[in-house]
Design a protein around this ligand. Structure first.
Ligand code: ADP
Ligand code: MG
Length: 703
């Protein structure tokens, strides 16, 4: 029998929660911390000293020896540099552990090696980390001991954001300010804040660690660069929601406990579509905490997998031919007095507010479809988006039958008199159908789907931080809210004005609504007719960051400056080029040092057999045919390898980041496929005992 877990005892054990602060801080200090959490501002130094001491005492009582400012540089993962609480021993040689407010509030890691996209030249290495008081500090249990982690933002000396958290926090301020203007128009004067709620469903693969260690491609690139399909894939649909195998179950149990300790509300777990693929979903929470927690989810998955002799693959496409992994970013907006702006509601007035919010979202998503697509792009996601298993690269909104019908009625007649459910409704400007959220049906192929009281942004990649998608969502919707509020606040007849505005936005942006099959070729054609962007790759998406439209929007709400956007574009090009370069070099290495030599050995065995069998006077037809086939493919491989080597070397000489990135996409990636094809065919021919790597069958079905 396995040990029982006491969730209540475990949950939040390693978090310096609001409850713990309340217990440990003097009343006045606690009140001020709480106020700043809600309203923003800076904690006075004297108070910060008190908080720091309480935090340190709690951490030390729980075995901590070090603290770190935990931040999210533009590498997409988190960074930490540990400082111990050790100070000068006193006269008697006794150690007094110390941690002051200054150390809590601000840090100065040597940041010269983090990507800054030209914002901070290397000799001006200073980057600062600043405490994000809204995200709780936590203890990370690790082989290095227990580390007190303080979530921080990371900026340059001159205040430019060098991380993913800073713009996210800025975007949350923007959506709060603009969202409040909207709810005030409808009489909600009590609300003081509008916050995005976010719940990110995380998909992942688990493979046996021993096998993983035999695959340089998994080690260096996180995905297989060679590998023919297993005899069985996902066609039997027997993995999705299937019984969880014991070894995986033990991993999941451990993972949950570790996450619960960190205050992550791990809620659901199940087997996903592809063999060896699984998913975890937490309960939604405030945007920036959800972003921090998703980073912890990814990190903890990797750590716990190791304990079970497994390796967790977060790459978007670890295996060709079976589904890849994504991350559904569930997003809604809530006021601090409990109203979900995406909840249709029951009264006409609630319904009008909902429809206005919906109209603004339609406008925002249509106007900035390119930016939204960019926010969900990363190197691995290029293998997914538009590849017939994940949403297409075209952004559209799915509303479901009932809502779509309401939009149609509003667009054509200006009023929505009835809902599709058939309920009889009052006519007139201030009445709209009662929307039933259960009436929204499911559409798995839509990149941005309304699911009852939230939108589900399904394009995001499994390995990516959810900071950018959420920053972009908050920003573009803040812009639409702002424009709507500008008009409505001035309106003489509010009811009429809001009605007209909903109609105007829905009419102008109805092209973004698509309820059909997003995987179909017809949709690609139809979307082109509608003029919707279809940005096929990450590198093509980068440009959207620095268009006039984008700069104007981000600057207006103080989320990114032009310089910050340009630096991010540069980093993305660099990241792409570096990643593909690693993949190319890994392939070259595997092909020349392992695959080709193995195939040569095999042809040797075949040739010897042919000779021996011939001597014995029997037919060598099978052996000779196999030898011919094998050598032909071997030649093809050798040629493809030479071309890849040449082009990969050339890529390194291209100075311009953008040109280099495109060269990797348009030339090197093609070469890589040309090398993979014959190799994968050879895998099917060569004696398994002589093949240097575990196969797809070994990795996907023998976990
Ligand atoms: P679905 O079946 O539509 O995927 P679930 O109820 O399973 O919906 O929720 C999926 C994710 O969406 C979970 O992480 C959940 O916490 C999150 N979620 C639910 N409601 C909201 C909301 N109002 N805002 C943001 N996320 C939400
Ligand atoms: Mg879902």
């Amino acid at each position: 029998m396995s040990d029982a877990v006491n969730v209540e005892e475990v949950f939040g054990k390693n978090v310096f929660t609001i409850g713990k602060m309340k217990e440990r801080l003097p009343r006045a200090v606690f009140k001020e911390v709480r106020r700043i959490m809600d309203e923003g501002g800076e904690l006075p130094r004297a108070y910060a000293d008190v908080v720091a001491k309480a935090m340190k005492d709690w951490a030390v009582e729980n075995g901590a020896t070090h603290y770190t400012h935990w931040f999210q540089p533009l590498t997409g993962i988190t960074a930490e540099k540990h400082d111990s609480f050790v100070t000068h021993p006193d006269e008697d040689g006794k150690m007094l552990m110390e941690f002051c407010g200054k150390e809590l509030i601000k840090g100065e890691p040597d940041a010269s090696s983090f990507p800054s996209g030209g914002l901070r030249v290397t000799f001006e290495a200073r980057g600062y980390t600043a405490w994000d008081i809204t995200s709780p500090a936590f203890l990370k249990e690790s082989a290095t001991g227990n580390i007190l982690c303080i979530p921080t933002a990371f900026c340059s000396y001159t205040g430019e954001a060098l991380d993913k958290k800073t713009p996210l926090l800025r975007s949350m301020e923007a959506i709060s300010e603009q969202g409040l203007r909207i709810v005030k128009l409808f009489g909600n004067t009590q609300a003081t804040k509008v916050s995005p709620s976010v719940g990110a469903e995380q998909e992942y693969f688990l493979v046996d660690r021993e096998k993983y260690l035999q695959r340089p491609d998994l080690i260096f690139a996180g995905r297989t660069l060679f590998g023919g399909p297993a005899p069985k894939g996902q066609e039997m649909e027997d993995h999705y929601f299937g019984v969880i195998r014991e070894r995986i179950g033990a991993f999941m149990k451990d993972l949950n406990v570790d996450l619960w300790k960190l205050g992550v509300t791990a809620k659901t777990q199940h087997n996903e579509v592809a063999p060896a693929q699984h998913e975890l979903a937490p309960i939604y929470e405030t945007g920036n905490i959800a972003v921090d927690h998703n980073q912890l989810v990814m990190e903890t998955m990797k750590k716990v997998a190791g304990r079970h002799g497994l390796t967790c693959l977060l790459h978007e496409k670890p295996f060709a031919g079976v589904n890849g992994s994504g991350k559904h970013d569930n997003w809604s907006l809530c006021t601090d007095n409990g109203v979900n702006l995406l909840d249709p509601g029951v009264t006409p007035s609630e319904n009008i507010q909902f429809l206005l919010v919906l109209a603004c979202i339609m406008k925002a998503v249509d106007t900035h479809a390119d930016l939204l697509r960019q926010s969900a792009s990363d190197v691995g996601n290029d293998h997914r988006l538009g590849a017939n298993e994940a949403p297409p690269a075209i952004v559209s909104i799915f509303l479901g039958d009932q809502l779509e019908d309401v939009v149609k009625q509003l667009v054509t007649t200006g009023v929505a008199k009835k809902s599709k459910k058939g309920g009889k409704l009052l006519t007139g400007v201030s009445t709209l159908p009662d929307l039933d959220k259960d009436a929204t049906d499911r559409n798995r192929t839509s990149p941005f789907a309304f699911t009852g009281n939230k939108f589900e942004f399904r394009m995001v990649g499994s390995a990516d931080s959810i900071a950018s998608p959420n920053t972009t969502l908050n920003a573009i919707i803040a812009e639409a809210f702002c424009e709507a509020a500008d008009k409505l606040e001035k309106a003489k007849d509010f009811d009429l004005a809001v009605h007209d505005l909903i109609k105007e936005y829905m009419t102008e942006h109805q092209r973004i609504i698509f309820n059909g099959n997003g995987y179909s070729d017809e949709w690609v054609e139809e979307a082109a007719k509608r003029g919707l962007p279809n940005i096929k790759s990450m590198v093509e998406a980068v440009e959207t960051l620095t268009t006039k439209k984008s700069i104007k929007m981000f600057e207006k709400f103080g989320i990114f400056t032009k310089a910050e956007l340009e630096s991010r574009a540069e980093i993305l090009y660099e990241t792409y080029a570096k990643s593909i370069n690693i993949e190319a070099l890994t392939m070259i290495d595997m092909a020349s040092k392992q695959i080709i030599p193995s195939v040569i050995s095999y042809t040797g065995v075949l040739a010897d057999t042919v000779l021996a069998v011939k001597q014995a006077g029997a037919s060598t037809k099978v052996q000779s045919d196999l030898l011919k086939k094998t050598t032909a493919l071997l030649e093809e491989m050798q040629e493809a390898l030479a071309k890849l080597e040449k082009d990969a070397a050339k890529a390194m000489t291209i100075a311009d980041e953008k040109k280099r990135a495109f060269y990797y996409k348009d030339t090197v990636m093609i070469d890589m496929q040309a090398l993979r094809d014959p190799a994968d065919q050879l895998e099917m021919l060569v004696d398994k005992k002589m093949w240097p790597y575990p196969t797809y069958a070994d990795m996907l079905f023998e976990v």
